[in-house]
Design a protein around this ligand. Sequence first.
Ligand code: GTP
Ligand code: SPV
Ligand code: MN
Length: 610
Amino acid sequence: MATAIDHGAPPVAPTRHPGLLAFVAEVAALTKPDRVHWCDGSEAEAAALADALVAAGTLIPLDPAKRPNSFYARSDPRDVARVESRTFICSEREADAGPTNNWRAPEAMRATLTPLFEGAMRGRTLYVVPFCMGPIDSPHSVIGVELTDSAYVVLSMRIMTRMGTAALDRLGSAGAFVRCVHSVGAPLAPGARDSAWPCADEKYIVHYPETREIWSYGSGYGGNALLGKKCLALRIASAMARDEGWLAEHMLILKLTAPDGAVHYIAAAFPSACGKTNMAMLEPALPGWTAETIGDDIAWMRFGADGRLYAINPEAGFFGVAPGNGPATNRNAVATLHANCLFTNTALTADGDVWWEGLSETPPPGLIDWRGRRHDPRSGEPAAHPNARFTAPAAQCPSIAREWQDSAGVPISALLFGGRRASAVPLVTEAYDWAQGVYLAASIASEATAAAEGEIGALRRDPFAMLPFCGYDMGAYFGHWLRLGEAAAAAGATLPGIYLVNWFRKDPQGRFLWPGFGDNARVLKWIVERIEGRAAAEDTPIGRVPAADALDLSGLALAPGALDTLRGVDPRLWNEEARRAGEDLARFGDSLPEALRAEQRALEARLAIV
Ligand code: GTP
Ligand code: SPV
Ligand code: MN
């Protein structure tokens, strides 16, 4: 048995950072782990942790001949997604959390959490996980330290972030870091048998934006437990970005190269499970076009000295939705997963590999489903949970762009916003200007998915695809977007174009009108041609849509009338849309910027005259 984590002597801390040492000592005194282990991020450490998780029944090793160094986990069936109802923004003032976040006073929340964390790590190891969000050498990166009692979290953080010695070195002996504390909330009595997926019924995902702290209790799953991701890189980072004049967004970053060699970088925000990873790894259906991946979920952006908007991907891996990824939809994702991955809540094959709906047309025989039961294909139940996920190193992606870790980031030409909309919303709409683009982004809605608890399919407003991820009042967040654009324009910048997209339009029979995936490159082509001033558009009340012959549909057979529907803006539907968007924005009260009220009135006026 490897001993890299199993030492009897008291740990020697590999840092002299007084704030970090005090943080670890305080949390250890509160949570009372049996051991403290400082993670170095090495392969030996990861191998020892994986061995221990296999022995505990948390991980099942996959057949190394099929998927080397890869493991399968089944979560507790009550711990399969983010828990938005248990996610809190604890700012000093309630108004600073805004109407879309759950709020508690920091003092009151600390009083609730302290007894829960008291002794919570008994019988377990407290792992100290130093991590860097962003390239190690980027001035825009942020260091966090997660103290967790879950080895599964440590292995996941090692894939998703730059974790261990490199992060600690960058922190130095006095650097700032985001304090992150995580417990599965299942202390072990002496001699007690652990469960394969320890967690607690009571869950808390808590953020203190003013002190830049995260405390997470009771869940071992994804965005609830890998605290560098949604908790730090979006909720805490959005508050840092507000204070420091940048943007932390739920966006993929894509590099697109045209046949003439022109390069454009595009960032796109879609709600959870609405196509970011797929677009980030897109294989263009148009000959001569190339797409490469910079990031698939989060973008940190700031205007550079040259007036352009630069984006970095703060992550080092992909925590992607598995179902739906197959050779026909996302070959790059499938190839990324060939080794060194974790799979959670997919199905397990009889010969030691993973499977999910969409990986092949029919399930292989002898599948074990995500609950550990023999799968019956006639049952109509999926074998993989709809929110089953892979955790994969970004560097393994065949489409990863050579500049994906560029410390300065890549300059963005266009910002896309979208959601899952069966009706009303056209395939692509160009905003008339920055302020109207901010209005469109602020009023996007989407049909709910399995990525969070709640009723699947119900339409909800999800401004900027940030509804569950904005760490402060979203009305003020809209104002921040408006101000950054105004300041950049005043300094002479060419702002990125803003586009509303919708790959999910359906016909009355419920079939997708647009093929999506690689064919979305046709829309991207129109967008970059618009930016270069070469493609035709038509004005509508909501923005500019492609002129009738402006989309490159070569080699594509759309259903008769589909193009008209995809380009169409139905004034009757849009009057209703505008009314609902206006109602939603009214929730923000005084913090809703006047410019967005003006956009709302202007949209209603344009709709009234068609
Ligand atoms: P998160 O990781 O939760 O933030 O999700 P995501 O936005 O990265 O979504 P992802 O790319 O994983 O896609 C989620 C689902 O949408 C999968 O089932 C895809 O097959 C489906 N999907 C993605 N792109 C398209 C598209 O262009 N058209 C259609 N019809 N479905 C798509
Ligand atoms: C999302 O839900 O947007 C995800 C998965 O990317 S999680 O990390 O769980 O938030
Ligand atoms: Mn996401």
